[in-house]
Structure formats: C-alpha cells, structure tokens
Design a protein. Structure first.
Length: 90
C-alpha cells in the first residue's frame, strides 16, 4: 500500500468521524427537551465532548501537515521548527 492510498484512507476516516459526531449532535438537539429532567447536564457534556474530539483530530492533522519531514511524531517532539507546529504542541 503506497503513501497516497494511506493518506486517502485517513481522510475518509476523518470524514466519517466528523459526520458521525455531527449526526450525534443533531440527534441530541432534537431530544434536548427530554434531558430537562436530568440532574446533571449530560446532554451538554456530550456536545462538548464531541467538539473536543473534533478539535483534537484537527490539531493532529494540522500539526502533522505543518511539521517538518525529519522531526518525527509532532505531538511527541516539543522542539518543532515550524511555528504552527510549536503552538499546537503546547
């Protein structure tokens, strides 16, 4: 399997992840009033956790694209040369 096929598969996985989380968020919005009886705001926790999952994935993708070729895994290397990668690892 060459690098182009792996990259294409990664983008397909990201699209499936975002669409799944978007569907779940819309589903929660339809049932928002049903959560009124809950003692804890579970519906809000779910929406925030979905947003954090997307934010973590976007951070990983952008950091991977902006890191230099020889710098290794961008989240594990705190000495990135590119400014954007340095900001994202903080």
């Amino acid at each position: 399997m060459n690098a182009t096929m792996v990259l294409d598969q990664a983008w397909v996985n990201d699209v499936i992840l975002v669409l799944s989380l978007l569907y779940l968020t819309i589903d929660i919005q339809y049932d928002w009033d049903a959560f009124v009886a809950c003692h804890r705001p579970i519906h809000k926790w779910l929406v925030v956790s979905y947003a954090l999952i997307v934010l973590a994935r976007v951070t990983r993708v952008v950091g991977g694209l902006k890191s230099t070729a020889g710098s290794g895994e961008f989240l594990l290397n705190l000495r990135q040369r590119h400014v954007v990668s340095r900001i994202l690892t903080i």
